[in-house]
Ligand binder design. Structure first.
Ligand SMILES: *[C@@H]1O[C@H](CO)[C@@H](O)[C@H](O)[C@H]1NC(C)=O
Ligand SMILES: *[C@@H]1O[C@H](CO)[C@@H](O)[C@H](O)[C@H]1NC(C)=O
Ligand SMILES: *[C@@H]1O[C@H](CO)[C@@H](O)[C@H](O)[C@H]1NC(C)=O
Ligand SMILES: *[C@@H]1O[C@H](CO)[C@@H](O)[C@H](O)[C@H]1NC(C)=O
Ligand SMILES: *[C@@H]1O[C@H](CO)[C@@H](O)[C@H](O)[C@H]1NC(C)=O
Length: 502
């Protein structure tokens, strides 16, 4: 046995010696080989490490069992420090920030893509900054399923060349000042599916190339003013699935190049004047699945380029007549699942030109529409649109017959009826709902207060040229000034008369 072992080790020794001698010859061959593969002398650099740290770091890609990090490298089986991609799993809970296993990264300095994925009872409670900073070629970093509660300043190094940082599912709660700072080439930052409730106003500093920022599925209730200031290249911002209840104009200060803003699935209740007016490049705005009850008449001011607007699953009962006047480019509008009693011609007028185009879409079903002449424009749009889907969606619009004003003499009797049959009221309401377009347009009830806007516009005038409401208000103003003139004349002549009489 002993003899066998000795023979074996002798053989190994010879092989290693032969190998060491062969290397210089082989590399000279390669040099001549028109420098197809430029390899730095890995042996020399490893020897350098041995001299430096006394303990030779284990190669990151060697898959040694006793390592606290298990990494799979691409190219595989790579022990000359040239892997460009590493996916590392952390299964153990005792990987501290000072663990010697981190030095394994000294053996792979060419990494471009690095993933840390924590599994089972594994525990990673910090961003391994000292690992990231020296990786001069690192472009993409992912950390997932870790337990990192706070991201401190310069966690991803200072002036690294990173392009893409992805941090989903890490229980992150706080993003401190300068957490993401001085990454000149960072284009995409994804911090979705965490527990973020606080973002320092100085969290995102000097990120001149950041174009996509994903903060979906966190616990953000409030955003500080200026949080996104100076993110000049930001084109897509997602804040979906948070608990944001208030936003102001200042929230979005300094991101005038934003194209897409997602604020769906939050707790917004009210949209005030000029709220989005910093976002003059915006093309798509998603405000669906909030609890919006009120949109003021000038809430969308400044959104001249907006093409897609989603307001579905909210609680709006009515829309101000001027709501869509500032958004003449809209070609997609979703108002489904609100409590709208009507959408008037004047409200929808600024969009009529666009809506007849075959690429345009409007979704308005599942509201509390009342069947009356305020909805007459739907008949015209149905006939004019070239989009089959839009026509179909309009044909699905339901409304209920206007309630008759009942004389309330028999209140007592009605109450008795109600108590007897709790659900009868709701049921009868549902029964009243009919498909609007099955009714005849000219048979729609039209109380005096709606009559004016219904009677004026002919079909032709619907398509953008109807100014009757301006005309009628102009007439009002004219007649008022006439009265004032007459009054003034009368009072003037009265004064002159009394003066004369004296
Ligand atoms: C993870 O490690 C940190 C610090 O090392 C510790 O505070 C925390 O309790 C650990 N968490 C788990 C789940 O083991
Ligand atoms: C970041 O780098 C710059 C320039 O190298 C340096 O002036 C600054 O002090 C660094 N900041 C930190 C926190 O390391
Ligand atoms: C960043 O990484 C994500 C996830 O892997 C990927 O979908 C995205 O395209 C990347 N973005 C850039 C700019 O490389
Ligand atoms: C920003 O990204 C573009 C590619 O989208 C790149 O060409 C440019 O060099 C980057 N700018 C900086 C300052 O890194
Ligand atoms: C219809 O929409 C398309 C694309 O949005 C546009 O190119 C076209 O000019 C529009 N047509 C009319 C008649 O507005």
């Amino acid at each position: 046995m002993k003899i066998k072992m000795a023979a074996l080790s002798h053989m190994l020794y010879t092989i290693i010696l032969l190998y060491l001698c062969a290397i210089p010859i082989e590399s000279r061959h390669r040099e001549r080989d028109r420098k197809k593969h430029r390899e730095p002398s890995s042996l020399a650099s490893q020897q350098h490490h041995i001299i430096e740290s006394k303990v030779m770091p284990i190669n990151l890609c060697s898959k040694q069992r006793d390592m606290k990090l298990m990494c799979h490298c691409t190219p595989d089986n790579n022990d000359n420090g040239k892997a460009h991609k590493a996916e590392c799993w952390i299964f153990r809970s005792d990987l501290s920030i000072r663990d010697p296993d981190w030095t394994a990264f000294h053996t792979q300095t060419q990494l471009q893509s690095l993933v840390f994925s924590v599994h089972g009872s594994g525990n990673l409670s910090f961003i391994p900054t000292s690992v990231i900073q020296p990786l001069k070629h690192l472009e993409k970093l992912t950390i997932e399923y870790a337990q990192i509660h706070e991201i401190f300043g310069f966690a991803f190094g200072n002036f690294t060349r990173i392009h893409n940082i992805s941090l989903p599912n890490n229980q992150i709660r706080v993003i401190s000042a300068y957490a993401f700072a001085n990454h000149m080439e960072l284009q995409e930052l994804n911090i979705c599916r965490n527990e973020i409730y606080e973002i320092d106003p100085f969290a995102f500093i000097n990120l001149p190339n950041l174009s996509r920022l994903n903060l979906e599925r966190n616990r953000i209730e409030m955003l500080h003013e200026d949080t996104f200031e100076n993110l000049d290249k930001l084109s897509e911002l997602s804040l979906s699935h948070n608990i944001i209840d208030v936003i102001t104009r200042e929230t979005f200060k300094g991101i005038g190049n934003l194209w897409i803003l997602k604020l769906d699935n939050n707790k917004l209740r009210y949209l005030g004047d000029n709220m989005f007016s910093e976002l003059w490049s915006l093309i798509e705005l998603d405000l669906g699945h909030n609890v919006i009850e009120i949109i003021t008449g000038r809430a969308f001011d400044g959104l001249n380029n907006l093409k897609r607007l989603k307001l579905d699953y909210n609680r709006m009962k009515s829309l101000e007549p001027g709501t869509f006047a500032p958004t003449p480019a809209l070609t997609y509008l979703n108002l489904m699942r609100n409590s709208l009693e009507s959408i008037t011609m004047i409200t929808i007028q600024p969009l009529m030109n666009n809506l007849v185009n075959h690429t345009s879409m409007m979704l308005i079903k599942d509201n509390d529409f009342i069947c009356d002449c305020r909805l007459a424009w739907i008949y015209d749009l149905r006939n004019l649109t070239k989009n089959f889907e839009l026509r179909y969606s309009l044909e699905e619009v339901e409304c209920r017959k206007p309630r008759e004003e009942k004389p309330s003499l028999d209140v007592g009797y009605e109450n008795v009826l109600k108590q007897q049959n709790d659900y009868s009221d709701d049921e009868s309401n549902d029964d009243e709902k009919v498909n609007l377009l099955t009714l005849q347009k000219r048979e729609l009830p039209c109380p005096q207060e709606y009559r004016e806007q219904f009677e004026h516009p002919s079909t032709r005038e619907f398509i953008g040229f109807d100014l009757s409401w301006i005309r009628s208000s102009a007439t009002k103003i004219c007649s008022q000034s006439l009265w004032i003139l007459i009054l003034a004349l009368v009072s003037h002549s009265y004064c002159t008369l009394t003066a004369y009489l004296r």
